[in-house]
Design a protein around this ligand. Structure first.
Ligand SMILES: [Zn+2]
Length: 259
């Protein structure tokens, strides 16, 4: 199953989006990746937002009004659903557009002549449609939609990061000028206040909104949460630690404030 929409309460406007938690790569896609198995495991350790699916699951279970969840069950090394599929994507400059050609350490991930279109058709397009549909369903049911993007990031910058010199707070909140209201940001700051400190748009900026709604539909609000991994897990690629509990509680507080 490439992704899963996990239903919440019919009158919840909140959609928790978890794009980068999985490590699974289908075998035919694996064959198009140049790394040997050990190097691939290492790359997955670096790039996977490990256990963010557990965070979203716990928050959904504890919330007063159960939010909806859209969870990617495939690795971002298959396709990265959060990138623009074309020239608008700044990460293409480092070989990490929707279909990565390079690793987080700037080595080749796919051959230079690899055609990204079959992967975009098979994985990227259906996924983008599913997020769009899930947002539309919240709009139809409640008149608004609140898209909360749940990520994590390494405590030490990886070579691919375009803005790696910026502050790396325990919790980074990514905002969009059109889709993130001051009120939404204030809710998030309050909810995560006890998790060691937040900063806005550093080291990762912006937040994901489906293209159909992006910059057009003010009923869609959105916020990205990037949790620094040393706060809840052994880096890189290790098990979750006790820090995951207060973070799940913080995410629950945020969901409750938005429902
Ligand atoms: Zn991520």
């Amino acid at each position: 199953m490439p992704f899963e929409l996990l239903p919440g309460t019919p009158d919840s406007p909140v959609l928790l989006h978890v794009p980068h938690a999985a490590r699974t790569i289908p075998e035919p896609v694996r064959r198009g990746i140049l790394l040997d198995d050990a190097a691939l495991e290492d790359e997955l350790d670096q790039l996977t937002d490990a256990h963010t699916d557990i965070l979203a699951e716990r928050a959904a279970a504890a919330a007063r009004v159960t939010p909806w969840r859209l969870v990617n069950r495939l690795s971002r090394l298959v396709v990265d659903p959060e990138r623009f599929p074309d020239e608008r994507e700044e990460m293409r400059a480092v070989g990490m557009g929707a279909v990565y050609t390079h690793t987080s350490h700037r080595a080749r991930l796919r051959p230079p002549d690899a055609d990204p279109r079959p992967l975009l058709d098979a994985y990227f397009t259906p996924y983008a449609q599913a997020v769009t549909d899930a947002v539309d369903a919240r709009l139809a049911a409640t008149g608004r939609a609140v898209l909360i993007d749940v990520h994590s990031y390494p405590s030490k910058a990886l070579p691919y990061e375009l803005h790696g010199a910026g502050a790396r707070p325990p919790v980074c909140l990514g905002t969009d000028a059109f889709h993130t209201s001051d009120e939404l940001l204030a809710h998030a700051r309050r909810a995560f206040a006890e998790c060691g400190g937040t900063a806005v748009n550093s080291p990762f900026a912006g937040t994901y909104v489906p293209l159909r709604h992006y910059g057009r539909d003010a009923r869609v609000s959105a916020l990205m949460i990037e949790i620094r991994r040393d706060g809840y897990m052994a880096e890189p690629g290790g098990a979750p630690g006790p820090g995951i509990e207060p973070l799940a509680e913080a995410l629950t507080r945020l969901v409750d404030a938005l429902s």
